[in-house]
Design a protein around this ligand. Structure first.
Ligand SMILES: Nc1ncnc2c1ncn2[C@@H]1O[C@H](COP(=O)(O)OP(=O)(O)O)[C@@H](O)[C@H]1O
Ligand SMILES: [Mg+2]
Length: 479
């Protein structure tokens, strides 16, 4: 069953791991990207507000000059605090740079082609641009300088902010390590858990394999209180059932062979004697052959009963019809009349003819016949047997009572078992096999009936059988 093992490992372990890892990847991804993006956006919008208002202040201050010149601009800019910016640049309306805080690579006296500046000069717009490159936030803004409705120049601001960028970077780093730790822990737990689950399932599968090989004593260990332990418990219960069925079957086979052996041995012995003796007088010979016949008859009865039991076990459909129980009981009594006469037992019958049940007639005859036969067989000479059939509520109740030897209390719970006999010698002498009552029991259960055996005061036994009464149309005759 290598295949089964592989299947389990793949289906449970792998499925778990794949699901967890997919879940992890998605959440770690979201966790590390989303906070960074949203904090970056909020930094951008704060910067946009600040920069726009600052560039506007500068533009308004410069507008007071009406005409932009390098000196004039310088004076105004000195009044404004421009030290906090990385670069401040002022151009005239043609884009010529009049003022530049940048010393290296200064554009002073040259024309400026920054897109923001062009935007301000050509369209009169305030325009901003932001960039974030993990090291710094770089923000640029330019505004036109307006005088009497016309553009006389532009101001340009550039700021590089590393503090905020550092903050975002460290946030990102921290999120990454938290995600990694969480991921590693989850992965570890997933692997451990799925290993644990797989191990338990494998124990169960191994147990099943052991039981399948026929070791019904084996029980799977049950740990915890989850679905796997429920499964193990159910499996153990099932094994228990199998075990008792198996035991029952073994006992049945061994009992049956034992029962068959006795008459076969006698037949063998008798026939050997006939064959071996040279001059046997005809009377003895006839006696021996008659004995052989008797034993053969016993064998025949036994095998018939065995076959009947097997047939009932096989749960084949029974064909049923409404049956008047009184007629069946009368037939059984009629068939047993010779036995009753031989044992000098009186059989009385008080039978309600309205007790009709829906059943297989042959099964009912078996029930009444076996109970009545026992009541006669295990009676004392001159005793009596009473069959009483009544209707009680929605049930037909048949009581078979005798004045015989009775059944000892300790044997009562066992008499319906196969081959069970209280007094083996007496039963065998009477031609019994110990199968009669188990046939009765099976047949009663097959018809949703109940059966009870009890001792009578002062002597004898009473068997009570009850069946649901036939209530009219019950449908077809097959079960
Ligand atoms: N009416 C009864 N009175 C006393 N003992 C009984 C009676 N019915 C059954 N038994 C006991 O129960 C045993 C089982 O009965 P049964 O299955 O019919 O087997 P058997 O073939 O011996 O009749 C009998 O051997 C007998 O010891
Ligand atoms: Mg019997």
């Amino acid at each position: 069953m290598q295949l089964g093992r592989i299947k389990i490992r793949y289906s449970v372990s792998l499925a778990y791991s794949v699901i967890y890892i997919a879940f992890l990847a998605v959440s770690i991804g979201l966790l590390s990207v989303y906070p960074t993006i949203s904090s970056r956006d909020s930094v951008f919008s704060a910067k946009q507000n600040a920069l726009t208002s600052q560039v506007t202040v500068m533009s308004v201050s410069l507008a007071a000059l009406e005409q932009l010149s390098a000196e004039g601009v310088e004076q105004v800019m000195n009044l404004l605090d421009v030290g906090e910016y990385d670069r401040v640049l002022v151009t005239d309306s043609a884009g010529l740079v009049l003022y530049d805080t940048e010393t290296r690579g200064s554009l002073l006296g040259q024309s400026c082609a920054f897109p923001q500046v062009l935007d301000a000069l050509v369209w009169g717009n305030i325009s901003c641009r932001f960039r974030y490159d993990t090291l710094a936030f770089s923000s640029e803004a330019a505004a036109p300088v307006m005088s009497y409705g016309s553009v006389i120049g532009s101001v340009y601001l550039h700021e590089r902010d590393t503090d905020q960028a550092d903050m975002i970077r460290s946030l990102q780093g921290r999120l990454r390590s938290i995600s990694l730790i969480a991921g590693a822990v989850t992965l570890l737990l997933t692997v451990l858990f799925s290993r644990y689950l797989t191990r338990r399932l494998r124990t169960l599968v191994d147990g099943m394999r052991i039981v399948r090989e026929g070791d019904y004593d084996y029980r799977v260990p049950v740990k915890g209180a989850d679905e796997v332990s429920d499964l193990s418990e159910a499996f153990n219960e099932m094994t228990g059932r199998l075990q008792s069925t198996d035991e029952l079957r073994r006992r049945f086979v061994s009992d049956a062979s034992h029962e068959l052996r006795t008459p076969l041995a006698s037949i063998r012995l008798l026939s050997d004697s006939v064959v071996q003796s040279d001059r046997m007088d005809p009377d003895t010979m006839r006696e021996f052959v008659t004995d052989i016949g008797t034993e053969a008859e016993r064998l025949q009865r036994l095998t018939e009963k065995l076959m009947r039991l097997t047939r009932m076990d096989s749960k084949l459909p029974v064909s049923r019809s409404p049956v008047q129980l009184k007629a069946v009981a009368e037939r059984a009594v009629h068939l047993l009349r010779p036995l009753a006469e031989q044992k000098n037992v009186t059989v009385r019958a008080e039978l309600d003819e309205s007790a009709v049940i829906y059943a297989a007639e042959d099964d009912l005859l078996q029930i009444v016949f076996n109970l009545t036969e026992n009541a006669i067989k295990y009676n004392s000479r001159g005793g009596s047997v009473t069959l009483r059939l009544t209707r009680e509520g929605d049930r037909a109740v048949l009581r078979v009572e005798d004045t015989g030897i009775g059944i000892p209390a300790e044997d009562l719970p066992h008499i319906f078992e196969r081959f069970y006999r209280v007094d083996k010698a007496r039963s065998r002498e009477a031609g019994g096999s110990g199968l009669g009552l188990s046939i009765v029991h099976d047949a009663v259960l097959r018809h949703n009936g109940t059966i009870r055996a009890e001792r009578r005061d002062p002597a004898g036994s009473r068997f009570t059988v009850s069946f649901p009464l036939y209530a009219g149309e019950t449908g077809g005759g097959e079960e």
